[in-house]
Design a protein around this ligand. Sequence first.
Ligand code: SD4
Length: 294
Amino acid sequence: KGNKPVMISTWNHGFGANAAGWEILGEGGTALDAVEAGVRVPEADPNERSVGYGGLPDREGKVTLDACIMNHAYECGAVAFLQDIKHPISVARLVMEKTPHAMIVGKGAKQFALANGFKEENLLTEKSEADWKEWLKKSEYKPVINIENHDTIGALALDAEGNLAGACTTSGAAYKMHGRVGDSPLIGAGLFVDGEIGGACATGLGEAVIRTAGSAMVVEQMRNGKSPAEACEIVVKRIIKTHKNKLEDLQVGFLALNKDGEYGGYSIRSGFNFAVVDNTDKGNRMEDAPFKME
Ligand code: SD4
């Protein structure tokens, strides 16, 4: 019963993520494997300037990555402020599976990755370095609203067994302070999965999502009977209300997926879209999230 398997992923880069995830889900594989394989696609793509390899650096020219992963059984792993490792999501999964911890950061996370066979790689591409040098001329930090359609990738999946999982990975806000960590690696903020209810993930300005415990709140709304779309809308409207004097540069979007395979999204502003793939004849496709303002 219900729509399964199904996978949803943020933004245009969600399309490639879903395609990779579906190779696993369509063969009866697990939601956890699907979301990991899915988000590894934009992590490895140098043309995705907000995730993994090719991501825009911080003010000091360093690419620092945040990621987390969570399964249906309240198991989770996260890394933050990780440098020189191309696939933070897979390091996050190892934190979940091989350590007694939920999150490791910075140097320790890199050491852990290297000890587990990950390679040290320079993630700053020529293009991202050139953009950073251009930015340095004025060094004006201003969060940029996502009109260019690229940001964090968040993915949620429900597998044939009925198990949920989610993954979230990002290079974070471009030209952020060195050491800044956003919402994306924080369980409850950038991602939350409750195996009995559903999962949610966030994209946009991490600080606003952290302040409002975003993804956990979306899941809690679903627990209280709201549909995934309604749950996302309620929490986005709460963020609008709590940021009413600071809305100008604010974009936040949520996606949610419940145990029945129903899904939805909502964002503060227009432009947020996501990819959906399921067993219907519609296949892998893009949908626009409803929003509150232009
Ligand atoms: C973050 N949600 O680190 C991520 C991506 C981002 O502007 O930077 N958006 O806040």
